[in-house]
Write a protein that binds this ligand. Structure first.
Ligand SMILES: [Fe+2]
Ligand SMILES: [Fe+2]
Length: 231
């Protein structure tokens, strides 16, 4: 009898040991799975960040030395600039800045000064059109009539094509001044539509224009920094 009881006790102890062992194994496996999932998520996050950086780097096109110099100048003034209170004020400030540059260009005769001004105009417009397309037009497309935003995108494309041509030219070349003049006319028309139709309609449509200003300001500085060191 005593032998039988001892055997039963041993069997129970062995089962208990096995149960404890398998529970420990399960805990270890679960911990390992959790760690693996966490590392996988971290790798995914890193890969996504690298991909985003790569896209942004790839998106920064090669620019002339004049555009790079213009960007270095703008970068310095932007570092001490105050952020406008809302997105619309920020974009209108950009519009006034480029209008002033076009006016200055019209009153300039020296080829070297013309080249420097044209580089500034092209840089301002490259950055302005990009931040609008990345951050303003998508919510505007959702909130307003699609035609309004679609036409703005097409107008940007025409302006960008002219900018590419101007950047590849020398101020002494035939049609240089004419191209700057036509670009200023395109921009005048486009700005009028934005300021009299798109921007007023965007107010009161539930957009956080202050938060959007922060995003536009940040992205603008980022793009200018990119151009300042672009090759
Ligand atoms: Fe625009
Ligand atoms: Fe604009």
């Amino acid at each position: 009898m005593a032998k039988k009881a001892a055997k039963a006790k041993a069997r129970t102890a062995s089962r208990a040991k096995k149960t404890t062992k398998s529970a420990t194994t399960r805990r270890k496996t679960a911990a390992r799975t959790k760690t693996t999932a966490r590392s996988k998520a971290a790798i995914r996050r890193k890969t996504a960040t690298r991909a985003k950086t790569a896209v942004r780097r790839a998106a920064a096109p090669k620019v002339s030395a004049a555009v790079r110099r213009a960007a270095q100048e703008v970068k310095t003034s932007l570092a001490v600039a105050e952020m406008p209170e809302d997105a619309i004020a920020l974009l209108q400030q950009d519009h006034r800045a480029v209008e002033a540059l076009f006016e200055e260009f019209e009153n300039t005769q020296k080829k070297a000064d013309k080249a420097a001004l044209a580089a500034k105009i092209c840089l301002e417009l490259r950055v302005h059109t990009q931040i609008e397309e990345e951050l303003l037009y998508p919510p505007a497309h959702r909130k307003l009539e699609h035609d309004l935003v679609d036409e703005a995108i097409v107008e940007h494309a025409s302006a960008k094509e002219l900018i590419r041509q101007i950047e590849a030219m020398d101020p002494a070349e035939h049609l240089y001044d004419a191209k700057i003049k036509v670009l200023s006319e395109y921009i005048k028309h486009h700005v009028k539509e934005e300021e009299t139709e798109m921007f007023p309609k965007l107010r009161g449509r539930g957009l956080n224009l202050h938060a959007l200003a922060e995003q536009l300001f940040k992205r603008k500085a980022e793009l200018i920094r990119g151009y300042a060191k672009a090759g």
